[in-house]
Design a protein around this ligand. Structure first.
Ligand SMILES: Cc1cc2nc3c(=O)[nH]c(=O)nc-3n(C[C@H](O)[C@H](O)[C@H](O)COP(=O)(O)OP(=O)(O)OC[C@H]3O[C@@H](n4cnc5c(N)ncnc54)[C@H](O)[C@@H]3O)c2cc1C
Length: 275
């Protein structure tokens, strides 16, 4: 849609944009959300894709994903064989309610910064214990745990003018076993719940990430595989006010599904873990 309040688009920002950030500015990534609704408060768009950040940089330390990497590029990425969690990349892209047009343009950073409950790049990053590099408008840099970034539905910790620059996924998380479950009302619909469990090979630990059913991601860690009752108790301990309500499900429905699928994931990972 035409954004008729925009009077300027910065097509070639400086390599460290943000210094002249002002009210009414917005970072432009794929634009799939920015151009999908009216933006009456915006006056200027600053195009981050012009900065040509490297999309995907694998190394022995893990994987760095530039914030402007598209969903299409994540889907096309072939991880090395020993990154056995690598199947989660395609799974998470497929969790997008979107047409091919959205996949081609939408970026990882845009999805994370939108901070919607059903943001699949958020699920991916939190489950793989990612850290985000954030650039503030005063030139300072901070790194935060992906689990602490989204604070609610369409809310996050970014300060005005701050940029998500890159996502770093550690190699040890990419080497974990995984299991996931997702529920949607229609086959290609928005996620009602999306859960991912990971386990360090050779151990019986469990890291469970609960998203889409809650307004912010919830990560639950166990040093050893819990029994069904202990796992259920931890799901029940998720604060009542963060279960999400929208046309895809009531908070009660989402709580029920999360309990059910968490147990599925527990059983799946337990089946392949050391006795
Ligand atoms: C048909 C359709 C289906 C969709 N399905 C889903 C879905 O299933 N799940 C979902 O979560 N969303 C969905 N969306 C919403 C949106 O398109 C996606 O969240 C998408 O990933 C946003 O990425 P983008 O690069 O297009 O962001 P943009 O639209 O360019 O930006 C989104 C917001 O993030 C900010 N931003 C972007 N990049 C950065 C950065 N690096 N640092 C700081 N701020 C930044 C922008 O200023 C803006 O406020 C859908 C949209 C459409 C039109």
């Amino acid at each position: 849609m035409d954004l008729n309040t925009i009077s300027e688009v910065i097509r070639r920002p400086s390599a460290r944009p943000g210094a002249d950030w002002r009210e009414g500015d917005a970072w432009l990534a794929g634009g799939t959300w920015l151009f999908s609704v009216e933006q009456p408060d915006l006056r200027r768009l600053i195009d981050l894709t012009a900065l040509r950040w490297a999309p995907l940089v694998p190394s022995s330390a893990g994987l760095e994903i530039g914030a402007t990497c598209t969903i299409r590029d994540v889907y096309a990425f072939t991880p090395p064989d020993h990154w056995i969690a690598g199947g989660l990349f395609a799974t998470s892209c497929e969790a997008f309610l979107s047409s091919f047009k959205v996949w081609n343009a939408a970026t990882v950073g845009g999805n994370i910064c939108m901070s919607l409950p059903a943001g699949p790049m958020i699920t991916l990053a939190v489950s793989l214990e990612a850290r985000y590099e954030l650039w503030a408008s005063d030139g300072s840099v901070r790194a935060v745990d992906a689990a602490d970034f989204v604070t609610g539905d369409h809310q996050n910790i970014l300060a005005p003018g701050e940029i998500l620059r890159r996502v770093h996924i550690p190699a040890r998380a990419l080497e974990k076993r995984t299991a996931h479950r997702r529920f949607t009302l229609t086959r290609l619909g928005r996620s009602t719940v999306f859960l991912i469990g990971t386990q360090t090979p050779g151990t019986s630990d469990l890291l469970l990430t609960v998203t889409a059913g809650t307004t912010r991601p919830v990560r639950i860690a166990f040093d050893a595989m819990p029994d069904a009752r202990s796992l259920g108790r931890r799901i029940d301990a998720i604060p009542a006010d963060i279960w999400f309500a929208d046309p895809n499900g009531t908070p009660g429905h989402r709580h029920h599904l999360t309990r059910h699928f968490a147990e599925d994931i527990r059983r799946e990972l337990m089946a392949g873990s050391p006795a």
